[in-house]
Design a protein around this ligand. Sequence first.
Ligand SMILES: [Zn+2]
Length: 83
Amino acid sequence: MEAVRTCVGCRTRAPRSTLLRVVSIDSVLVPDERASMPGRGAWVHETQECVDAAIRRRAFVRALRVSGPLDTQTIEEHIQRKG
Ligand SMILES: [Zn+2]
């Protein structure tokens, strides 16, 4: 059975293959499309709605347990390209 993760945007549980793993590198939020980067990751649907909701609710900061603000520009551009 496939592992299930919770989307930090809409709080819905979903198979991990349907979610995007996101990690923070030097306080920059980056997509981990192969889900292979080390360290703590957050999972989110690859949609504008879920990414926006997660940023608004500071869910990435909480999920990744970082102290300061995160640079979300990279992940926002990634999602916009997916359109
Ligand atoms: Zn979601």
